[in-house]
Design a protein around this ligand. Structure first.
Ligand code: UT7
Length: 326
């Protein structure tokens, strides 16, 4: 089987920046508390007329330009998202049309904040099996739309962005070596968006009970996340004959600086080999790993031949990792 290789990467965050000091005016919190407990200083928030497909379009165009690939060459679009533009058409379908990918199938992958690793893994399988030549993988979120700005446990964290990667068959050693996906529905109620699907469609009652906003038991999510993050990273490395110290660059889901630091400590990696941008973006769900990877590429921290580990976790619970040679 051929490896799938990332041949172009892009990212986009909306113009509007929401700082911790602005949040101090909305809820009972302080910049100091948010920075100490999460590492976040500011995040990007969409305008009223924007949705995930708008952010995805900009990130995807950048990725295609950098790859030198035209939209009609795309065979498949896989979008990871927590709350797409609408239940259907999918965000991938909206993107397919607006990008002009006339020859592409398209699908959304719903795995909450693990949507980055999930979408990349799904896309990679189609390249590895030889079914498709060019796949566009995307993570796109407008989490601010499902955020209750009266809930200080979530509104300090969640934010908006998109990232994209173009995959093609590798012609050398570079490419995705392996991916792993996991889930455990026992933890579903720790982090959920209760209403808006077909179980609890919108009614006056669901709106009054604020059921269209993400609910999170943050402290419990924190503990599970640290364990799962570390375990899946360790497992994918072992299976492929690597030690944690072989990793040149670790690109984790950007949910909370303390979660990243705890996971990195478990792996025994120095922080210099970890990409962290949560202080400027907050938690952008399925977009976060793509956005961080793009930043690593754009700032030249990612070099040819590097062994790169991606890992994410999110509501569900879902989690997973991808190991690649850049
Ligand atoms: O993408 C995947 C999903 N999400 C995550 O990974 C998030 C995981 N969880 C977290 O990041 C953290 O649990 C939070 C940042 C959400 C909360 O931090 P924590 O250190 O776990 O705080 P806590 O929930 O244990 O709360 C400690 C105290 C509480 O007050 P009392 O009961 O000790 O008086 C909270 O009410 O901090 C209070 N608190 C706040 N205070 C100021 C909670 N949120 C805030 C806030 N500002 N924004």
């Amino acid at each position: 089987m051929k490896r799938a290789q990332i041949v172009g990467i892009g990212a986009y965050a909306p113009q509007r920046v929401l700082t911790n000091s602005e949040l101090e005016k909305l809820i009972d919190t302080t910049d100091e508390w948010i920075v100490q407990r999460t590492g976040i200083r500011e995040r990007h928030i969409v305008d009223d007329n924007e949705g995930p497909a708008d952010l995805a379009l900009r990130a995807a165009r950048q990725a295609l330009d950098r790859a030198g690939v035209g939209p009609e060459e795309i065979d498949l679009i896989v979008v990871g998202t927590t709350a797409g533009d609408m239940l259907f058409p999918t965000t991938a379908n909206l993107l397919q049309h607006r990008l002009g990918c006339r020859n592409a199938g398209s699908m959304d992958v719903y795995a909450a904040c693990s949507g980055s690793v999930y979408s990349l893994s799904v896309g990679a399988q189609y390249i590895q099996t030889g079914k498709y030549e060019t796949v566009l993988c995307v993570g796109a979120e407008c989490l601010s739309r499902i955020t209750d700005f009266t809930d200080r446990g979530t509104c300090i964290l969640l934010a908006d962005a998109a990232g994209a990667a173009v995959l093609r068959p590798a012609d050398g050693e570079a490419g995705i070596i392996d991916t792993d996906l996991y889930s455990d529905g026992r933890y579903g109620e720790l982090l959920m968006l209760p209403a808006g699907g077909s179980r609890y469609p919108a009614t006056h009652e669901t709106v009054d009970k604020r059921m269209h906003f993400a609910k999170m038991k943050g402290n419990e999510v924190f503990k599970v996340a640290v364990r799962m993050f570390g375990d899946c990273a360790q497992r994918i490395l072992e299976r492929n004959g690597f030690k944690p110290t072989d990793i040149d660059l670790f690109v984790p889901h950007q949910a909370n600086l303390r979660i990243i630091e705890a996971a990195v400590k478990r792996l025994g990696l120095p922080m210099e080999r970890v990409i962290v941008n949560v202080e400027r973006y907050g938690n952008t769900g399925a977009a976060s790993v793509y956005v961080a990877l793009e930043e690593a590429w754009a700032t030249k921290r990612l070099r040819a031949g590097d062994l790169v580990l991606l890992a994410a976790f999110g509501g569900g619970f879902t989690w997973g990792a991808a190991l690649l040679r850049w």
